[in-house]
Each structure stands twice: as C-alpha cells, then as structure tokens.
Design a protein around this ligand. Sequence first.
Ligand code: ZN
Length: 86
Amino acid sequence: MKPQTPKTEFWTGILHGSHNSLPAKITATRDDTRPEPYAWRCTCGESRSFPTNDDVFDTAWQHTHPRPLDGLRQRAARQRRTRHTR
Ligand SMILES: [Zn+2]
C-alpha cells in the first residue's frame, strides 16, 4: 500500500520528545497547496497547521516538551475545617 502522503507534501523535520510520560515523535511537513502550508503531526494523533514555519517548530517543541506545572503543589490538602454541628 502506498503512503497517503500527497505529492505536494514534503518532510521538513522530525522532532523527538515526550509527553504524558510517553515518547512522542512529531513529523513536520510542508504542502504549498494548502492554505496553511506548514504542519506537524504527532504520534499521539495531534496535528496542527500553520501559515509560517516558525510556528511549527515552536508549537511542536512545546507539545513534546511540556513544562511542569508550578501551582500543583498548593492544591494539596487545604480543606481542613473544624465544624461544630450540634
Ligand atoms: Zn503528541
């Protein structure tokens, strides 16, 4: 079977990373016949398209290298109330 990649689509790069504790690979492509020529697709199924090449790498990097959440600790156990009913 042939790959369903159209003739007009070219590979512009591959980015390796991880998210959700799983390895991820992003394939960036370019297709001038599209309104947004630049696009990437992740192995998790996520895909995006952009008008410029700069946005492609930026968003792809963020997708495969997510930052740790800072405000996660403060949400621990703060539900402590002394209630006196009766
Ligand atoms: Zn992904």
